[in-house]
Ligand binder design. Sequence first.
Ligand code: GDP
Length: 190
Amino acid sequence: MNIRSATFIKGAVGTDDIFEDGTPQVVFVGRSNVGKSSIINSVTNQKSLAKTSFFPGRTQQINIFLINRVFYLVDLPGYGFAKVPKEVWRKIQKMIGWYLFDSGYVFRKVVLIIDAKIGPTSDDMNMLRSLEEENKDIIVVANKIDKIKKSEYDRQIQKIRDIIGMHKVIPYSAEKRIGAGELVDVIVAE
Ligand code: GDP
């Protein structure tokens, strides 16, 4: 299946009726700067559907996109380091934690994005473990594979797979649009 349509619906900062309207939610989460917006743009085939630098306010809310008029792609703010005041940062982290772990909302899938060259950081592993504890259906996207030297590629991807364990890992490059077909298949699958 393809992504035929993708529309920005709204931003949420907490409880919202939209999360309870019965539409399946596919969540995208990752550290700031890992390339989450670029990935969302590459899978939806749109240049600036999610573009943090163009819409600064949007980086501090939960952005909801409707895909194929069938499910929501939920774009969470980046966790970890971000260039915002401490108070704002705390609020964002609290919102991420609430949505993922306390809201009670059911997710079709959680797509955890990591940097393929750096590998999973301790922040990424904390997120992964927390998601596992809550039995979420997790897929890991290892973005920026274009930055890995050819000679190191196989070893680096294997290392990531070993660390991530049982979950599916999709090697990805938003820049070169590698892996987009596989990721689309996974997120549109019921
Ligand atoms: P976000 O903060 O996670 O939404 O990240 P962005 O999508 O804004 O990307 C952060 C930076 O990483 C930008 O400078 C992007 O151009 C760059 N970037 C994103 N994806 C890739 C990729 O696949 N390869 C490379 N080389 N750079 C990327």
